[in-house]
Write a protein that binds this ligand. Sequence first.
Ligand code: X2X
Length: 338
Amino acid sequence: MTKVTRRALLGTMATAPALSVIGMPFIARAAEIELKYGNNLPLSHPLNVRSHEAAEIIKQKTNGRIEIKIFPNNQLGGDTDMLSQVRSGGITFFTPSALVIATLVPVAAINAVGFAFADYDQVWKAMDGTLGAHVRAAISKVNLYAFEKVWDNGFRQMTTSGKAIETAKEMAGLKIRVPVSPLSLSMFKALDSSPVSLQFSEVYTSLQTKVVDAQENPLPIIQVAKLYEVQKSCAISNHIWDGFWFIANGRAWNGLSEPDRKIVADAINEAGVKQRDDIRKLNATVQTDLEAKGLAFNKTNPDSFRAKLRDAGFYKEWKEKFGAEAWGLLEDSVGKLA
Ligand code: X2X
């Protein structure tokens, strides 16, 4: 008896009249191209919600040929691990914060210069404009492809288990967790704190076990990662605007056909724009929610922090590190910094 291969069966199905298909077992077709995407955030964060939608759209538009498998919440390791996996091709996609990809592409931290951006109008003008283009070009030099639209992490705020942070004075000696990022370390050292670099996967436990007393993150992250359970107060400092670069391994990206690249890029960029809007809407309600969960809030004035950073030579140092071109592009968007 001849063995009926799947190909032969599908071939018959394609030519046989439609009616004869009825009653046949459904044959699940495995995707031709399976691409892994890892990230560091809980499933409920808009970054995961919208990238899940993008993956569905990509699957539909390619008739199931391309499937993106999402591994959220540090399932594949911490930020540093995922960064090396996306470089080697072990995973195809990763969404590192600008702070984190800067360990590889230093200029990528330019958006995180302390107290640079006043609001989201300035942020999107810069990141969708010349500053973002400059960073994407730098990312492409290390054989990674950065999608056009950077996703929103948000304006970073400081939380602590100790006394509230009102001015730069309270920063002295503060044991604060920062991402694995030279710029964050430098900034909190300039504020006289004792910053500790830890991957995001380690933040909750290190606060819980008091390895550190404080951390800094946008409010939606504090909410989805339940950091309010292990922190007492939150200072609205807006000290850094942070985004997630959606990046792809260069070889894997260039290995896709041109039409497939367009389908994937369109879906991911459109999802990114929606994700920005999700965060914008969340920002309107998240503080009230966190207050109800027991986190105490206070406002801060940026002046004392900025003065401290200026006196410590922070702006001068990072202007030199980023170089005149990138610094100029940042100042085009936010005005003179130092
Ligand atoms: O690690 C963090 O603090 C986070 C989640 O904001 C980043 O990915 C930089």
